[in-house]
Design a protein around this ligand. Structure first.
Ligand code: NZQ
Ligand code: ZN
Length: 390
């Protein structure tokens, strides 16, 4: 096991009706003037925004609002949010929504006290030294942004997506009521669960040996999604299944499943270019990219893929030919994504093979590599994209 530090100070308030305590938690974490940031309207239609406003009012907190965050959140609204926060003297950002809203909130939070262009952080030109605190009321189990130190923003000037991560951006609290996720369309539910699985898989396929505790945590989260997702697709109001999925989403990405070893992240970065170019759901893009990446890198460590197949999917170990077991695990992964309504090829996603050079250009892969399990240069990334076409 590698040396590591782990500090994950988000306060989680989980369960039915918890959103009514939003005001209490904003106050507890030092907010007095709040920006309520939200998405394209689902939180307004469900009455959630009104309940959150009421909760803030009950605590005597004032607020301004900024809606309109799009999935794959855009830089333009971040600039707008920064301006609004400065003008109104906002000292706390409350994200009400999913990963896109929380990520946009985090970008506004580090951008407001910064004198330069907030994109400097995402372009790798500067490190954030200050941030407004961010809290969240989560409405979709997916990105894990409610407990993560990362944010992903799409730059509209070129339509490319970049992540930025720093400890300052980890939300101070996350309110998680599984009932709020019951209104999700099945496609979004499945896409969110695919993202959750991908967050674990990015950490599972590692070159660091013998970190059994982390292997078992990862396998438990994966098996939970495999068991619970079909239940919520069958019955969207299954509270217990929704609750298990929601908590799995946080555990998959607050790094408890990753510490102590090298992580990969090539599939995520290859996918980000897909969701930037085609504006597809991030999880759907991952359902296309992950099996392709697995197929490409499998021979690097067949035993690890065979372990995944046996422990996660219950495949029988073929001791004479472990490669067959490894392949079976990949096939089962792809079949599962398909069974829950996810695309598993470029065509099903609406992506085009002839766009691969464009994807490689926006990935800016020349002169560097993606991933750690196997390091992928431009040629290798291209081959993974080509495998994703079929
Ligand atoms: O905008 P509204 O109207 O709210 O609709 C959203 C959106 O269309 C809808 N939705 C959310 N909750 C709902 C609901 N519809 C009905 N009922 C509800 N309760 O779902 C759609 C997707 O929302 P979004 O916030 O985009 O989903 P998700 O949480 O999957 O976030 C995806 C973004 O997170 C980034 C992705 O790249 C993508 O941009 N990621 C962020 C990470 C992080 N910060 O740590 C890590 C991830 O790997 C990921 O890259
Ligand atoms: Zn993800």
């Amino acid at each position: 096991m590698d040396n590591f530090t782990f500090y994950s100070p988000t306060y989680f308030a989980f369960g039915r009706g918890m959103e009514m305590q939003a005001g209490h938690y904003v106050k507890r974490f030092g907010g007095s003037k709040v920006l309520i940031h939200y998405g394209g309207g689902s939180a307004v239609r469900s009455g959630l925004i009104d309940r959150v406003k009421k909760s803030l009012e009950q605590e005597g907190l004032s607020y301004v609002t900024l809606g309109g965050v799009k999935p794959n959140p855009r830089s333009g609204l971040v600039y707008e949010g920064i301006e609004l926060c400065r003008k109104e003297g906002v000292d706390f950002i409350l994200a009400v929504g999913g990963g896109s809203t929380i990520d946009s909130s985090k970008a506004i939070a580090v951008g407001t006290p910064y004198e330069g262009d907030f994109w400097d952080f995402y372009a790798g030109k500067a490190q954030a030294q200050k941030s407004l605190p961010v809290g969240s009321v989560l409405t979709i189990a997916a990105a894990g942004s409610e407990g993560s130190d990362g944010s992903v923003i799409t730059n509209e000037n070129g339509m490319y997506k970049r992540p930025y991560g720093c400890e300052l951006m980890r939300p101070v609290f996350a309110i998680m009521n599984p009932e709020l996720t019951m209104s999700l369309p099945p496609y979004q539910t499945a896409s969110g669960c695919t993202d959750i699985m991908a967050h674990v898989l990015e950490r599972y396929f590692t070159n660091t040996k013998r970190v059994e505790i982390t292997d078992q945590l990862c396998e438990g989260v994966l098996r939970t999604i495999i068991k619970e997702l079909p239940k919520v697709l069958e019955n969207p109001n299954d509270y217990e299944a929704r609750a298990n999925i929601m908590w799995a989403g946080t555990l998959a990405h607050n790094d408890v499943c990753g510490v102590g070893r090298e992580q990969d992240w090539a599939s995520h970065n290859l996918e980000h270019e897909l969701s930037a170019l085609y504006d597809c759901a991030h999880g759907a893009g991952l359902a296309v990219m992950f099996p392709a990446w697995m197929t490409y890198v499998m021979h690097h460590d067949v035993a690890r893929f065979a372990q995944y197949a046996v422990r996660v999917w219950g495949c029988e170990m073929n001791f004479q030919n472990p490669e067959e077991t490894a392949k079976e695990g990949i096939a089962r992964t792809k079949a599962f994504f398909h069974s829950v309504g996810m695309p598993t090829s470029f065509a099903e996603l609406g992506a085009k093979e002839e766009d691969i050079p464009k994807l490689l250009d926006t990935l800016q892969i020349d002169g560097r590599t993606e991933g750690f399990f196997v390091k992928l240069g431009r040629k290798e990334c291209e081959e993974v994209y080509r495998l994703a076409c079929c």
